[in-house]
Structures are given as C-alpha cells and as structure tokens.
Design a protein around this ligand. Structure first.
Ligand code: FMN
Length: 233
C-alpha cells in the first residue's frame, strides 16, 4: 500500500424501529457518515419474525404491551445476513426504549447473536426514547460488555415535549390516537417523536463518528450529550 492509499474502514449499523423514530435518526446518521468516503457503511434492519403493528391500536393492548415489555419480553427475529458477522471497525446498535429496557427485537438479537456479533468489537448504542433512557443505557452497555464488546460512547435522543404531555402523547399515539390534534393536547404536544433539529443533530453525529473512525480519533471523546439530543424536562 502506498502512503496516499488508506485502508477503507467498515461500519455496520444494526437497528430496529417500531414507530419510525429510530429509523429517522439512523437514516440521518447514515447521511452524515456518507460525507466520509473512506468509510464503507452497511445498514441492516433487525426484522421481527412476528409482524409488529404500529400503532398498537387500543388502550388495553397498549397497557398489555407496556407490561410485557417491562418484563423484557423478547420478540423473535429473522436471521441476519452472513455479512453482518464479518469484521467491522465499528458497530452501531440502534433501537427504542420499551418500558425502561432495550426493545424486544434488540434483546433477541443480543440473546441469539450477541457473542458472534459483538465479541471483541467496538459498539456505539443509539437509543430513541420518550425521556427515560438511563436504565436502558446501563442495561444495553452491560449486555454488550457481557457479549465481549467495547462500548466507548452512546447516543441518546429523547422526545422534546414537556412532561407530562410527552408521556401522555406517546401512550395515546401507541393506542392509535392523534394527540397532536386533540384540543386539550395540541398546545402542549405539537408532534410525536423527534424534531427536525434532532434529526439534523443525528446527521452531525454520523459525520463525527465516520470522521473519528476514518482518522483514528478516540470515540470516547465525541460529545453526543447535547441539549438538542437529550431534552431534560
Ligand atoms: C411498548 C413501549 C414502551 C415504551 N416505554 C418507554 C419507556 O420506558 N421510556 C421511554 O422513554 N420511552 C418509552 N417508549 C417510547 C419509545 O421509546 C419512543 O417513542 C421511541 O422514540 C420510539 O422509537 P421507534 O419509533 O424507533 O420505535 C415506549 C414505547 C413502546 C412502544
């Protein structure tokens, strides 16, 4: 290899998204990464083998889902393509919070493929949540470390409406309502999920990650804990 040639770095992004919020963040992260041509980025959706319907549709079904996810119910998933198990310089594992935990499809992935995918790898988790992310963050870090991964950093995006509206809003949205149009909600709850500015912030994070990976910078030093990403109160 001549001095001017650089080794292509490889990044694998794995994600699950129920109501498109993680998907939007991941798409923007990928757009940011695309700025760096020395990085080959592969993205793979984690696909449940039992179809997951959004919205859940009714209040009783939503309450039931909240309860079973509190007990970390697994959602079975299809096998990943073989190329996911090849060597990568970095893996990103993205998914929503479900009742303080990683979501069911991500838990299934960790159970089934955790060692094979993550052992000796560097992994950055990405969390999309309404607002309660700490338990999910500790949990996913610990599960990844148990699988043999190094977790140098993490990306967390919360929704931006104020409490209690964002909790009520998410619940109603999952139950199949449109809280952003309800007369008693709409002044407090303009939108379900992440804002345009947060999606733009995710793009910046994607650029930062790809730059760090291609230029050998420390991933620990990347600042993802910004006011736009994590909305406290
Ligand atoms: C069953 C279920 C449980 C949830 N529990 C939490 C929770 O404990 N904390 C939280 O902040 N958000 C919780 N949420 C909200 C989601 O994490 C949030 O809406 C996220 O942005 C959805 O991402 P997605 O569209 O990629 O699935 C829950 C959502 C569902 C479907």
């Amino acid at each position: 290899m001549t001095g001017s040639e650089t080794q292509l770095k490889r990044i694998l992004v794995l994600y699950y998204s129920f109501s498109s919020q993680t998907k939007n963040l991941v798409q923007s992260i990928l757009d940011g990464m695309a700025e760096y041509q020395q990085a080959e980025v592969i993205c793979e959706r984690i696909n449940p083998s039992i179809p997951q319907q959004f919205p859940i549709g009714t209040i009783p079904k939503t309450v039931h889902k909240m309860i079973v996810t509190l007990f970390r119910q697994r959602i079975p998933i299809h096998p990943l393509p073989e190329y996911c198990f090849e060597p990568y310089d970095l893996l990103i594992l993205a998914g929503p919070t479900w009742s303080y935990n990683p979501c069911g499809p991500v838990l299934s992935l960790l159970d089934r493929d955790g060692q094979r995918l993550f052992n000796d790898k560097t992994v950055i988790p990405v969390i999309s949540c309404r607002g309660f992310w700490r338990m999910h963050w500790w949990g996913i870090k610990s599960l990844l470390k148990k699988a043999g991964a190094r977790v140098p950093n993490g990306i967390i995006f919360t929704h931006t409406s104020k409490e209690p509206w964002r909790t009520i809003g998410v619940f109603l949205k999952l139950a199949g309502e449109t809280p952003e149009r309800m007369s008693w909600m709409k002044d407090h709850y303009p939108k379900y999920g992440h804002t345009r500015q947060q999606i733009d912030e995710a793009r910046k994070f994607g650029e930062m990650i790809a730059r760090a990976v291609t230029q050998g910078e420390e991933l620990e030093r990347l600042e993802f804990n910004t006011k736009l990403a994590i909305y406290e109160k």
